[in-house]
Design a protein around this ligand. Structure first.
Ligand SMILES: Cc1cc2nc3c(=O)[nH]c(=O)nc-3n(C[C@H](O)[C@H](O)[C@H](O)COP(=O)(O)OP(=O)(O)OC[C@H]3O[C@@H](n4cnc5c(N)ncnc54)[C@H](O)[C@@H]3O)c2cc1C
Length: 386
């Protein structure tokens, strides 16, 4: 099939522009989480190149290429945005900005936000000026998210928020939170609202939670009489569940990306191995990984075209995270006892083991694997009683 001439021209221009503008340092594979720029008030750039890459890409609207230009994007079509992604992958360019604002809140605001909210928050997200965290889960409401109890009372010109969230990723580093609150107890699902507020508001406190990997990427988050202006409600009062579900679809799409390996196959990554059983397992994994990449490309195309089944993000999240867990099990097996090193320079502070332990959370975060399977069973397979 022949490519469209304007798409070809776009590819040529994009390739030349990236070649001229992507700093060499931003083409080196990422080695730590900080190599990805998360932006926000508290962000410390790791290098001049990281800052320059963010500013150059944001200036062109390419941190969020398919968002409208009025809101910080550059209004690329789905085909153009895909070309940009492909061309960036070709030179190994790092994403200029990674954030929950881009992958989760932005799409929800584009669909449910009013004009004023879109003009205020979206360009700030696109320029990396504001970092968001997600206030969904509570001690008594994880899988049963709609059972949440954090309360927002109507106090005339503002809501008064009281309650507790848990597992709030990067709550101690984020500037603002998108938060689910209970505004009515009459109906479980139709009594939830979606609020945005500043984490520096009086009454917000966070307490870090230490993980098995030794890192602490998330917190308990407490709200004591937090005043939230009413214009920071997204969508209709008591209809926040619609916003929450839509955002979760985007979160699951993002998490499913964990299933995509890098440019190298796992076999190439681990190199020659004596154990024939392990070699066979790795070869089997690489075949499944290729199949997942193809499935993922089709899924993203369908999603961008508005043709994806609403339960597909659950299917992809399940497949991608189970694959990622398998990848890290195999990396541990291939690494032998060396992979168990925890604190040495040689092991880069136990990177293999810590990354492996981190993947244990993949099938929990963004909704557990069991919950994704329930959704697939009910909405795709149409099985009863799931
Ligand atoms: C790394 C990480 C980051 C996270 N980041 C955030 C964040 O930023 N913001 C946020 O709000 N939350 C965050 N979470 C929380 C996450 O969304 C919840 O942990 C998840 O939804 C599960 O809820 P829970 O922990 O309360 O487990 P529970 O809901 O108590 O589940 C316990 C077990 O029971 C199973 N189970 C429960 N109900 C069913 C059912 N109906 N059918 C079958 N099995 C069932 C589950 O699958 C699980 O195995 C994060 C979690 C992790 C691990």
């Amino acid at each position: 099939m022949q490519a469209m001439p304007d798409v070809d021209a776009f590819r040529t221009e994009t390739r030349a522009w990236l070649e001229a503008n992507c700093p060499a340092e931003m083409r080196i594979p990422m080695r730590s989480e900080k190599d990805a720029c998360w932006g926000g008030r508290n962000w410390t750039f790791q290098s001049d190149a990281q800052r320059q890459w963010l500013e150059t890409m944001a200036g062109r609207g390419w941190t969020v290429p398919d968002w409208p230009s009025d809101y910080g994007g550059s209004g690329l079509s789905a085909a153009e945005a895909k070309i940009l992604k492909q061309e960036m992958a070709l030179i190994g360019a790092r994403p200029p900005l990674t954030s929950f604002g881009i992958s989760m809140l932005g799409p929800a605001l584009l669909k449910f936000g009013n004009e004023e909210q879109k003009r205020k928050y979206l360009p700030e997200i696109a320029r990396g000026e504001i970092r968001w965290c997600q206030g969904y889960s509570e001690p008594g409401a994880g899988s049963d998210l709609a059972g949440l109890q954090t309360k927002a009372e109507d106090r005339g010109d503002h809501y008064l928020v009281n309650g507790q969230k848990v597992w709030t990723s990067y709550a101690d580093e984020a500037d603002w939170i998108f938060c689910l609150v209970r505004t009515s107890s009459e109906s479980k699902h139709k009594g939830i609202s979606f609020l945005l507020f500043d984490m520096a508001s009086p009454g917000v406190t966070t307490r870090p939670i230490l993980l098995i990997s030794g890192n602490s990427p998330f917190c308990e988050t407490f709200f004591d009489d937090v005043k939230v202006p009413k214009d920071q409600l997204v969508g209709e009062l008591n209809r926040g569940w619609d916003v929450a579900k839509y955002l979760l679809g985007h979160e699951r799409e993002m998490i499913s990306g964990m299933g995509l390996g890098g440019a190298q196959s796992l076999g190439a990554q681990v190199g020659p191995l004596d154990d024939p059983m392990l070699r066979a397992e790795i070869a089997g994994f690489d075949v499944d990984s290729l199949a997942f990449s193809a499935m993922s490309e089709r899924f993203i195309d369908q999603l961008k075209a508005g043709e994806a089944h609403p339960a597909m993000p659950s299917m992809m999240k399940y497949a991608g995270t189970e694959l990622n867990k398998r990848r890290h099990e195999l990396l541990m097996a291939a690494g032998g006892s060396d992979a168990l090193e925890w604190d040495s320079e040689r092991s880069r502070d136990g990177k293999t083991a810590r990354d492996w332990l981190r993947t244990k959370a993949n099938s929990i975060e963004g909704g557990t694997s069991e919950i994704q399977l329930n959704i697939v069973a009910k909405h795709i397979l149409r099985l009863p009683g799931a």
